[in-house]
Design a binder for this molecule. Structure first.
Ligand code: SAH
Length: 205
């Protein structure tokens, strides 16, 4: 946790959430010893569990206050969703790969977390049924901000998206946007590294 503070994470709620979620439960047994390094790790299906400082940073950018609904695109291991479950009333998390989504659900239930809902779907369309959301976090890199996500955001809501250059997908910038009426105010927050988001509004094949 001292590590997270040295990486600029200040929000007390986020630090507390990071302390309370056992990351080793979201990786396979052979990797448990590495679970507390600040690094991404493989979770199968060519995907990764995000690095802890990235999960904390994105949660902090969502300005959590313990209320409201949050949408996560890219459930992966379920770790990010578990952290968000401490920071929002309800978490909706979409994953396109059934194997990962089912495993994430299993881990979350084993930990006794009940405010996270999973769906297997192309998350670049969002999850309109429960919109609007106070915050939407995309945990895979997209070529542009997917329109449906903007529509599903509350007024004043936060949208956190890693954007990648489609011609050079390793070149990525973390962005945060705030919805104000019909406009979206977007700020760039520096380089980042995520697996590609695929699907309708995802990276071109
Ligand atoms: N938040 C995760 C990190 C997952 S990595 C964690 O804490 O473990 C990104 C995930 O996004 C991968 O599992 C990948 O399968 C998923 N993904 C990529 N494109 C997607 C899409 N269009 N819809 C839903 N999930 C997608």
């Amino acid at each position: 946790m001292r590590d997270l503070q040295s990486r600029g994470i200040r929000d007390k709620r986020v630090l507390e959430a990071m302390r309370s979620v056992p990351r080793e439960r979201f990786v396979e047994e052979a990797l448990r010893a590495e679970a507390y390094n600040d690094a991404a790790l493989p979770i199968g299906e060519k995907q990764t569990i995000s690095q802890p400082s990235t999960v904390a940073r994105m949660a902090e950018l969502a300005l959590p206050d313990g209320t409201g609904k949050v949408l996560e695109i890219g459930s992966g291991s379920g770790y990010g969703a578990a952290v968000l479950s401490c920071l929002f009333e309800l978490v909706y998390s979409v994953e396109r790969l059934p194997v990962l989504s089912r495993r994430a659900l299993g881990t979350i239930r084993e930990l006794g977390i009940h405010n996270v809902h999973f769906k297997i779907f192309d998350g670049s369309y969002g999850w309109s049924e429960f919109a609007p959301y106070r915050a939407i976090l995309v945990t895979a890199a997209a070529p542009e901000i997917p329109k449906p996500l903007v529509e599903q955001l509350e007024e004043g809501g936060r949208l956190i998206v890693p954007l990648a250059d489609p011609r050079n997908p390793e070149q990525q910038t973390l962005t945060r946007s705030v919805k104000r009426g019909d406009a979206l105010e977007t700020e760039s927050l520096g380089a980042c590294r995520f697996v590609p988001m695929v699907g309708r509004y995802g990276m071109p094949k």
